[in-house]
Design a protein around this ligand. Structure first.
Ligand code: NI
Length: 140
């Protein structure tokens, strides 16, 4: 893209349960590898998600993309599938994946990348805690 590019961010939060584990390992071995996040009876996080869309301003509307529309897309394709859910069990788009923040971030990107009507998905950031976040900008 050439010219003036605007980066638009929508922030959402969700609460979800998960467990990090490899099914072929014992509970003890999983605890060695994944620590507290491998608790066999699950645990939760309050996640914050930031979705950034890059694009040019539509001279007609003055928008890159109607932020209300972006909010609705994120709700429909991501938040409704993760909020107050168990990511290991309830979330179809995490099936077969270990529910690390890295894998969740990429899976959220994949949920959204072909749904953005104007501009393009630029990055997905997932905050697992105040101090840790994970960012994906697509394949290089
Ligand atoms: Ni955890």
């Amino acid at each position: 893209m050439m010219g003036r590019i605007i980066y638009l961010t929508r922030r959402e939060t969700f609460a979800a349960a998960h467990r990090l584990f490899k099914p072929e390992l014992s509970d003890e071995e999983n605890f060695e590898l994944f620590g507290k996040c491998s608790n066999p009876n699950w645990h939760g996080h309050n996640y914050t998600l930031e979705v950034v869309v890059a694009g040019k301003i539509d001279p007609d509307t003055g928008f890159v993309l109607d932020i209300k529309h972006l909010k609705e897309l994120i709700k429909e394709h991501v938040i409704s599938k993760v909020d107050h859910k168990n990511l290991n069990i309830d979330t179809e788009f995490m099936k077969g994946l270990n529910t690390t923040s890295e894998n969740i971030t990429v899976a959220i990107w994949n949920q959204l990348v072909d749904k953005i009507p104007n501009g393009r998905l630029y990055s997905v950031k997932l905050y697992e805690t105040e101090n840790n976040y994970f960012e994906y900008k697509g394949e290089e």
